[in-house]
Design a protein around this ligand. Structure first.
Ligand code: PEP
Ligand code: MG
Length: 856
C-alpha cells in the first residue's frame, strides 16, 4: 500500500487511512468542488515512521519526492520555476483532536522564491508578509521556538525593512536550533511531516486521547495542500462558516470572514471579522456560490457542516469541511429539520442526538458567556441534571415559597422534602449518584449537586466554608447539576423547554425502540410529568416516598415506633386511608397504563425523628414521654441500615404492613373502576433474598387480597412479583421465578451489594478510582456489565428457564442511563424505568440502541 495519495487518487480510502480532513478533501475533489490541489500522507505512513524509530525511511522519502513531482504537474506550478508553488501542511487524525499541532502555511518559500513571487505579483508587502509568517510558524511548530520571540522583533522593528526582519527571524532560528533555516522546499516539507507525526505523541494529544478513549495506535495523517491566499489583494479573504446556526439550529449560514486576511487572522482576533451574512451585500456572487456548496456538502454528508474557505482574487476555494459542533438544542432542531427536508432518514436523525447532552434541552444551561470571571467555589457530583441560581439556605425552614433558594445540606432526609420541592436546587455534602438527595431531586426534576465534600457547614448552621471561601445563608450561589460545579454569585441561566422538534423526535423514536420506557413515579405530579414526556407506565412507585410529604411522615413514624401489634394496627389504619387517597389519585392519572407499586422499603434512618423538636412532637402525638420515644429510637437504631431491617424483612417481622398496603392497592383499583383482566397492576416486593421469605410474604398478601375481593364482590387481575436487588436472589432466580410474576432489577442495591460498596459512602473514594483509571465509570451511574451484569444475565437465564415469558425490567437509576439502556436492550428486557425527567433521554437511548442493534 502506498504511503502518499494525491487528492485525485485517494477515493474510497476513508478516514482511518486518510484522516478526517484528508478523507473529506479527497471526497470534495471527487464531487468536483473548488478545492486547492494537494495530497495526503497516510496514517499508515505515520505508523511506519514510529516503527522505524521516528525516522522517514528511504522509500518514504522517495515517495514524498514522487508525490511532490505529481503535485507540481497537477498545479502547473513548481518550487523552482517561475510559477511558484507554495503549500500548507496540516495534521489530520481519523478523529478530530483539538489538542494536536495545527497548521504551517506558506511552505516552499525561500529567498529565491520570494524574489520570483515579488516579480510575479508586484506586491512586495504581501510576499514578505507571508514569508515572515511562514518562518514564524515553522519555527514554532517544527522546532518549538516560542512565538513571542518573533512577535517582539516585529513590535520593535520600526524603520527596519521586511527583508531585514527576515534576516533577524532566521537568526533567531539559528540561535535557538544551531541550524540554518531550511531553504529547500522539499526539506521543509519533510521536516513538517516528521514534526506532525511526532505531535501525535505530545503530552496534550496523549491526555486528550486518554480522556476521549481514542485508540493510541491510530496515528495521524498529514495533509499537504497548494496555498491559496486570502491576503492576496482586496478581492481576497478568508472565513469559517456553519451551514446552519450552531446555537439555535436555524437554517441559515452562520459564521464570519475577513477580507485581505489569512486563516489564522480570524482565530487570532486581531481584527474583528464580518458576519457571513454581510457577504450577501459585499460579495453577493461568492455568497451564493458558498451557500450552494454548503447545501451540497450537507446533502452529501447528511449533516450540518463547519466549512473553512478562502477567496483568492475573487475565486472561492473550500479548504476543509467537517460535521459542525452544535448546542444540544440546535442538534435536535437540525436533526428534525433535515428529515423534513428529505436530507436524512428518521433513524439517522435519532442517531445524531447526544443523549448525554439532551437534558440541557429541557432543563436549561448556564449562559456560557456569563461564566467567564465567575468564581468556581468547588465541585461535587452531578446528582441531577439542570442548573440553578439562588440564595443559600442551610435548613429546610429557611426555604421560603416564592424565593429562589439553593438548599445546602450535609445529606437530605425525608424532612427535607418540603424544602427540596420549594428550592430551585439542592447541594449535599455527602452521598453519591443514588443517594436520597440525588434520587429525590431527579424525581422532582430539580438540579442537584451531591457529594461536595469540600463544603464544611458550620455548626451554627449560618454559613459554610468551601475551599477558603465563607458563604453565608442568603448569599447567592449558582449550581450546575450536569458537572457538579458550584459558583459564587449569579450565573445567567438559559431556560430549557420541550420544543416541538423534540416532541416530534420522541415520537419517531417510538417507531424504532423495543424497550418500553416507564417512569419511577411516587406522586400524581410525577405521573403528569412522566406522561407528558412519553412514559408508558410506572416501573417503580416507591410507597415510602409517598409518605415523605407533609404530615404523612408522622403516621409512618408512628408505625415504626409502635411497640405492640395494637399500636401498629392503629397507625396502619391511618396509613391505609392515606395510601388509598394517593393510589386512587395516581391510578386516575395513569388511565389504565401499567403501574408497578413497590411495597414499603424504608431504611429506618431515613424516617426516624432526628432532633429533639421532632421527638417531642411524636411523643405528644402518641401520648408518650420523650424519653420513651428516645429509648425506642435507640432500640431501632441500626449500625448498617442499608443492609438492615428494611424491605421485605419488615414484612417478616410485621406482616400486617404489607397486607395493609396490598389491601389499599386492590381496594383503590376496584373503587377506581378497574375491572377484570384489563388491569395492569403490579405489586412488587423489595429486597427478597430467599424463596421461603418470598413465599411467606406472598401467602399473607394473597390472603388479604382474597378478603378484599370477597368484601367488594369483585375481582381484578394483578401481578405479584419481586425486585431482584440482592446477589442471592439472582443466584436462585429459578426458584424465585416459580413464585414471581416478574423480575424488576433494582440495580442500585444490586450494585451496592455486589460490590460491597455503600451507595451513600461511595463518593469518598470512587473519584479516586476513576482518576487512577482503576474504574472507568461510577458503577452507580452506569451499569457494571462485567460483574453486576453477570448476575443480571444469570438471573435472567435462570428465571426464563422456568418461566420463559417472565416479564423483566429495570427500575434502578441505571434505567435512565444511556449506556446501561443499551445493555438492557441487548439483553432483550421488556422495559426500563427512570425518573420522569429522564424519560425523554431513555426514549432516545432505547431507539438508538435498537437502531444500532439492527445495523449489527
Ligand atoms: C434499587 O435498589 O435499585 C431500587 C430501585 O430501589 P431503591 O433505590 O429504592 O433502594
Ligand atoms: Mg433497592
Amino acid at each position: 500500500m502506498k504511503n502518499i495519495y494525491l487528492f485525485s487518487e485517494g477515493n474510497g480510502l476513508g478516514k482511518l487511512i486518510l484522516g478526517g480532513k484528508g478523507a473529506n478533501l479527497v471526497e470534495m475533489k471527487r464531487i468536483g468542488l473548488p478545492i486547492p490541489n494537494g495530497m495526503v500522507v497516510t496514517t499508515t505512513a505515520c505508523k511506519n515512521y514510529f516503527e522505524s524509530k521516528n525516522s522517514l525511511s528511504r522509500e518514504m522519502i522517495e515517495e514524498i519526492d514522487v508525490a511532490i513531482e505529481k503535485l507540481q504537474k497537477e498545479t502547473k506550478k513548481s518550487f523552482e520555476g517561475e510559477n511558484s508553488l507554495l503549500v500548507s501542511v496540516r495534521s489530520g487524525a481519523p478523529v478530530s483532536m483539538p489538542g494536536m499541532m495545527d497548521t504551517i502555511l506558506n511552505l516552499g518559500l525561500n529567498d529565491i522564491a520570494v524574489q520570483r513571487l515579488i516579480q510575479k505579483t508586484k506586491n512586495e508587502k504581501f510576499v514578505y508578509e507571508i514569508y515572515l509568517r511562514f518562518i514564524e510558524m515553522f519555527s514554532e511548530i517544527v522546532k518549538g521556538i516560542p512565538r513571542e520571540k518573533f512577535v517582539k522583533v516585529k513590535k520593535f522593528s520600526n524603520g527596519k525593512s521586511e527583508k531585514e526582519i527576515v534576516e533577524i527571524f532566521k537568526n533567531i532560528y539559528w540561535i535557538e536550533t544551531g541550524e540554518f533555516f531550511p531553504e529547500n522546499p522539499k526539506e521543509q516539507i519533510k521536516m513538517a511531516i516528521e514534526s506532525i507525526f511526532n505531535s501525535w505523541n505530545n503530552e496534550r494529544a496523549k491526555i486528550y486521547r486518554q480522556l476521549q478513549g481514542i485508540d493510541e495506535s491510530m496515528g495521524t495523517a498529514v495533509v499537504i495542500q497548494e496555498m491559496v491566499f486570502g491576503n492576496y489583494n482586496e478581492l481576497s479573504g478568508t472565513g469559517v462558516a456553519f451551514t446552519r446556526n450552531p446555537s439555535t439550529g436555524e437554517n441559515l449560514l452562520f459564521g464570519e470572514y475577513l477580507l485581505e486576511a489569512q486563516g489564522e487572522d480570524i482565530v487570532a482576533g486581531i481584527r474583528t471579522p464580518n458576519s457571513i451574512q454581510s457577504m450577501r451585500n459585499q460579495l453577493p456572487k461568492i455568497y451564493d456560490e458558498f451557500s450552494e456548496i454548503g447545501k451540497l456538502l450537507e446533502n452529501h454528508y447528511g449533516d450540518m457542516q463547519d466549512i473553512e474557505f478562502t477567496i483568492e482574487n475573487g475565486k472561492l476555494f473550500i479548504l476543509q469541511t467537517r460535521s459542525g459542533k452544535r448546542s444540544p438544542n440546535a442538534a435536535v432542531k437540525i436533526a428534525v429539520d433535515m428529515v423534513k427536508e428529505g436530507v436524512i432518514t428518521k433513524d439517522k436523525a435519532i442517531m445524531m442526538i447526544d443523549t448525554e447532552l439532551l437534558p440541557q434541552v429541557f432543563n436549561g444551561t448556564f449562559e456560557e458567556s456569563d461564566l467567564a470571571g465567575k468564581k468556581l467555589l468547588g465541585k461535587g457530583l452531578p446528582g441531577s441534571a439542570g442548573v440553578a441560581v439562588g440564595k443559600v439556605a442551610l435548613s429546610t425552614d429557611m426555604v421560603k415559597e416564592g424565593e429562589s433558594v439553593i438548599l445546602v445540606r450535609v445529606e437530605t432526609s425525608p424532612e427535607d422534602i418540603k424544602g427540596m420541592s420549594l428550592a430551585k436546587g439542592i447541594v449535599t455534602v455527602k452521598g453519591g449518584a443514588t443517594s436520597h438527595g440525588a434520587v429525590v431531586a431527579r424525581g422532582m426534576g430539580k438540579c442537584c449537586v451531591t457529594g461536595c465534600e469540600s463544603i464544611k457547614i458550620d455548626c451554627s448552621e449560618k454559613f459554610f466554608h468551601i475551599n477558603g471561601e465563607k458563604i453565608y445563608e442568603g448569599d447567592i450561589i449558582s449550581i450546575n447539576g450536569y458537572n457538579g460545579e458550584i459558583y459564587k454569585g449569579e450565573v445567567k441561566l438559559k431556560k430549557g423547554e420541550i420544543s416541538e422538534e423534540l416532541k416530534e423526535l420522541l415520537e419517531w423514536c417510538k417507531e424504532f425502540k423495543k424497550l418500553e420506557i416507564r417512569m419511577n413515579a411516587d406522586t400524581p405530579s410525577d405521573v403528569l410529568v412522566g406522561r407528558e414526556f412519553g412514559a408508558e407506565g410506572i416501573g417503580l412507585c416507591r410507597t415510602e416516598h409517598m409518605f415523605f410529604e407533609d404530615e404523612k411522615i408522622w403516621s409512618v413514624r408512628e408505625m415504626i415506633i409502635a411497640n405492640t401489634k395494637e399500636e401498629r394496627e392503629k397507625a396502619l389504619e391511618k396509613l391505609l386511608k392515606l395510601q388509598k387517597i394517593d393510589f386512587k389519585n395516581m391510578l386516575h392519572k395513569m388511565d389504565g397504563m401499567p403501574m408497578n407499586i413497590r411495597l414499603l422499603d424504608p431504611p429506618f434512618h431515613e424516617f426516624l425523628p432526628k432532633n429533639e423538636k421532632d421527638i417531642n412532637k411524636l411523643a405528644q402525638q402518641l401520648k408518650k414521654t420523650s424519653l420513651e420515644i428516645g429509648t425506642r429510637i435507640k432500640e431501632l437504631k441500626e449500625e448498617n441500615p442499608m443492609l438492615g431491617h428494611r424491605g421485605c424483612r419488615l414484612a417478616i417481622t410485621f406482616p400486617e404492613i404489607y397486607e395493609m398496603q396490598a389491601r389499599a392497592i386492590i381496594e383503590s383499583a376496584i373503587e377506581c373502576g378497574y375491572e377484570g383482566s384489563s388491569c395492569e397492576i403490579e405489586i412488587m416486593i423489595p429486597f427478597i433474598g430467599g424463596i421461603s421469605e418470598f413465599k411467606y410474604i406472598k401467602e399473607g398478601i394473597l390472603k388479604e387480597i382474597e378478603k378484599v375481593f370477597k368484601e367488594k364482590q369483585k375481582t381484578i387481575s394483578y401481578k405479584l412479583g419481586t425486585m431482584m436487588e440482592l446477589p442471592r436472589a439472582c443466584l436462585i432466580a429459578n426458584e424465585i421465578a416459580e413464585e414471581s410474576a416478574f423480575f424488576s432489577f433494582g440495580t442500585n442495591d444490586l450494585t451496592q451489594t455486589t460490590y460491597g460498596i455503600s451507595r451513600d459512602d461511595s463518593i469518598k473514594f470512587i473519584d479516586h478510582y476513576k482518576a487512577k483509571n482503576i474504574m472507568k465509570r461510577d458503577p452507580f451511574q452506569s451499569i457494571d456489565t462485567r460483574g453486576v451484569g453477570k448476575l443480571i444475565e444469570l438471573a435472567k437465564e435462570l428465571g426464563q428457564s422456568v418461566k420463559p415469558d417472565i416479564k423483566i425490567g429495570v427500575c434502578g437509576e441505571h434505567g435512565g442511563d444511556p449506556k446501561s439502556i443499551e445493555y438492557f436492550n441487548e439483553l432483550g428486557f421488556s422495559y426500563v424505568s427512570c425518573s420522569p425527567f429522564r424519560v425523554p433521554i431513555a426514549i432516545v437511548a432505547a431507539a438508538q440502541s435498537a437502531i444500532q442493534k439492527r445495523m449489527g
